[in-house]
Design a binder for this molecule. Structure first.
Ligand SMILES: *Cc1c(COP(=O)(O)O)cnc(C)c1O
Length: 387
């Protein structure tokens, strides 16, 4: 499978399944790979994967939709799709700098399930379930139902908080995956938020278009478009995830007038090379999705085997900027460990700076100078006055 072409996930391992069943999102959820036995029916696991899977019961559940599972290369344990969702023994090795709550969210919750860190926007955790579970999940302490904490969002208290806090103009539904809620439940939440006059914008963060594109039904899109302005951030890490099914699901959302962004996590062995990242970002544009953020992987426990270095991240952005469409270049960010929020990281284009000029480099490394504007053109005024 080429990184640049769109291919279908169906039927893959599921040759006996009818297209009707396959295209039914409830069928996809019921037939998720969630046990070691199911994994081993389809894949020959390495010892590390087998041991890692045995440990998932007390950490982060195993869950992979048939749709996403079909993208895994059966013969390659280093397959970039496989690394994201098949557990490995390394997950049980905790480095000293790693944390259960790497972004310090629990400390910024005025109401259980509502994270208010920035001045004008909040994160509302609407569910603890996802269609599939990413092994590097930053919220694995509460997501999937087997970790150390339980998500106990107090919705009524959250709506009261939002109504009282007029500075909040942007509410971001996250979780878990908000698009796993039923249409009726999601509509209820959207209507409650929309009823608050000072909320200008609602956003949804979801990996459903990638993990479970069947969920993006015409009915869901028709419901969502009643709550504009509504934006959605997808989560795609590798170009192979952009299947025909995912492209079409994103297309239905775009056709419903929902501006689409994408958040990627920089992951070792998944997307930490320039060719893969460029193919991903260009393919996203073909799906009418604007690459929004590239995240430095959070210091979540047991993620060392998936974390690339900041140096690599900066280098990758350097190899994108100027070399391809500006819209294809995401902002690289690190979430300040412990609760600093998103901090932008950028390659350095200022080579030197004096009081009266900047020495700059362009994307090819050529050098340019730009004079610093003097805030008060003193000499000029003085001369004119003298005339
Ligand atoms: C990422 C995040 C947001 C949204 O940030 P934007 O930069 O506006 O997309 C809001 N609240 C929290 C706690 C976040 O982590």
């Amino acid at each position: 499978m080429s990184n640049r072409t769109f291919t279908a996930s169906y039927p893959g391992h599921w040759r006996d399944v009818s297209p009707d069943d396959w295209n039914n999102w409830q069928w996809q959820l019921r037939h998720r790979i969630s046990t070691l036995e199911q994994l081993e029916q389809h894949l020959t696991l390495t010892r590390e994967e087998r041991a890692g899977t045995l440990l998932t019961g007390s950490k982060l559940a195993l869950g992979i939709t048939p749709h996403f599972f079909n993208l895994i290369d059966r013969h390659d344990p280093n397959c970039p799709i496989r690394r994201q969702v098949v557990p490995r023994l390394e997950e049980s090795a905790y480095a000293p700098e790693e944390m259960a709550d790497p972004c310090g969210e629990d400390r910024h919750m005025p109401v259980p399930g509502l994270v208010h860190r920035y001045p004008d926007r909040v994160l509302l955790l609407v569910t603890d379930r996802c269609a599939s579970y990413c092994r590097y999940c930053t919220r694995s302490r509460v997501v999937s139902g087997v970790g150390e904490q339980e998500l106990a969002t107090d919705f009524e208290a959250a709506f009261r908080y939002l109504a009282r806090h007029e500075e909040v103009r942007d509410v971001l539904f996250s979780g878990g995956d908000p698009l796993l809620l039923s249409d009726a439940r999601l509509e209820n939440l959207l209507a409650r938020v929309r009823a608050i006059p000072h909320i200008q914008l609602v956003r949804i963060g979801s990996r459903v278009p990638i993990f479970l594109p069947q969920r993006v039904t015409p009915e869901l899109c028709a419901m969502l478009k009643k709550y504009h302005p509504l934006w959605l951030s997808a989560h795609t890490n590798h170009p192979k995830e952009l299947t025909i099914e995912a492209r079409d699901a994103l297309g239905r959302l775009a056709d419903a007038g929902i501006p689409l962004g994408n958040q990627s996590v920089l992951l070792k062995g998944v997307n930490n090379d320039a060719k893969t990242l460029a193919a991903l970002c260009q393919k996203l544009l073909q799906c009418r999705v604007r690459p929004y953020y590239l995240y430095q992987c959070d210091l979540i426990r047991g993620s060392a085997h998936l974390r690339a270095s900041i140096r690599e991240g900066l280098d990758l952005i350097d190899q994108l900027r100027g070399h391809t469409t500006g819209y294809a270049v995401p902002q690289y960010v690190v979430d300040g460990p412990g609760g600093g929020g998103k901090i932008p990281l950028n390659p350095n284009y200022i080579v030197a700076r004096t009081e009266d000029r900047y020495v700059l480099r362009n994307y090819r490394g050529d050098i340019y100078e730009y004079p610093e504007q003097n805030p008060e053109p003193v000499v000029l005024q003085h001369n004119r006055w003298k005339d």
